[in-house]
Design a protein around this ligand. Structure first.
Ligand code: NAG
Length: 210
């Protein structure tokens, strides 16, 4: 069966339009979802949507972990929406640590810009630990979904940039997941084999209840 050319042409036009969608700058006025944000109308997109100045200055490390993560994900940097890529700046004061956490949605590459960072991750299959001391210029990759940490192993502030294979990699900090909510202490004790006293102490520090 041969379709009339007049019928086929509009179909070709539609599919080629879809294939050449160059970008989908996030419309932050609409909700985010598994596929990212909706696209801003192309006519409203400007060069400023593809530039972000937020990582130029150090984050505030005056906090319990002596560290700051400054994100340039889709919510801060709408131009990366839909491109499978994003960045964050990590500042670690002396003694600073990014506690164990996972990114459910992306692998991460860390590049050290200043100082010395001790970093590691744990495999999910057999719980093998991979640890390394990183100097300026070194990079380390953290596979998607795996538990990992970074800490300042030097005496001066450390700076690093982390890139992600998603515009919204997600973040779950393990201590927060356990101790910063109302998960009952008895349940935590039974399911983690930690002492009640230690659980109550961490809930106290992190603001958990029950
Ligand atoms: C950094 O954070 C601390 C604690 O919240 C605050 O007291 C301090 O003013 C902040 N410093 C700057 C430069 O914003």
């Amino acid at each position: 069966m041969h379709l009339p050319l007049l019928f086929i042409l509009p179909l070709l036009f539609i599919s080629s339009q879809a294939a050449v969608l160059d970008f989908c700058v996030a419309d932050l006025s609409l909700p985010n979802g598994p596929a990212g944000y909706s696209c801003k109308k192309p006519a409203k997109v400007t060069e400023n949507d593809f530039v972000y100045h937020g990582l130029a200055t150090a984050g505030n490390t005056t906090n319990i972990i002596k560290a700051a993560v400054t994100p340039a994900l889709d919510a801060q940097f709408p131009g990366v929406n839909g491109l499978g890529i994003s960045l964050a700046r990590i500042d670690l004061a002396a003694g600073g640590v990014i506690p164990f956490h996972t990114h459910p949605g992306a692998s991460e590459i860390l590049v050290v810009i200043q100082g010395t960072i001790y970093a590691g991750f744990i495999s999910s299959f057999d719980n093998v630990v991979y640890l390394k001391t990183l100097q300026k210029g070194d990079i380390m990759v953290f596979p998607q979904g795996l538990l990992h940490f970074q800490l300042n192993a030097g005496k001066i502030p450390a700076i690093a940039f982390a890139s992600f294979g998603s515009s919204n990699p997600g973040l779950q900090i393990t201590d927060f997941a356990f101790f910063k909510n109302d998960l009952p202490t008895e349940v935590l004790a039974l399911t983690t084999f930690l002492d009640i006293e230690q659980i109550k102490k961490l809930k106290g520090v992190l603001g958990g209840t029950n």
